[in-house]
Ligand binder design. Sequence first.
Ligand SMILES: [Zn+2]
Ligand SMILES: [Zn+2]
Length: 111
Amino acid sequence: MFMQTKRFTKINDGFICSQCGKENSPLKGGCRDHCRFCLGSSHVDTFPGDRDNLCGGVMSVIGIDYKSKKGYILLYRCLKCGEIKRNKTANDDDFESLRSFFSSIPYKAPR
Ligand SMILES: [Zn+2]
Ligand SMILES: [Zn+2]
């Protein structure tokens, strides 16, 4: 039976990464919106955590921005529809992956 009402407002459950196949546990005190191992993400949210977007395309990291209040923000572009999204890095993101992105892509966000 499929409910017509909005089922979820915020989902913070673990998931298996569609890009590297590793299992991500739910994020404490936040919302897991990207893989903490390879930083890959899928286009499943319209607003953070709602899993309401039907696109489902692969989001690839295109840049990193830094905000003094929020910390590092990963910029993603959907390979399917081209939408650009921002995901805040999580405390337990793989630091080596982050660091390799720091050195391989520009820090500045596209405007
Ligand atoms: Zn991954
Ligand atoms: Zn998309």
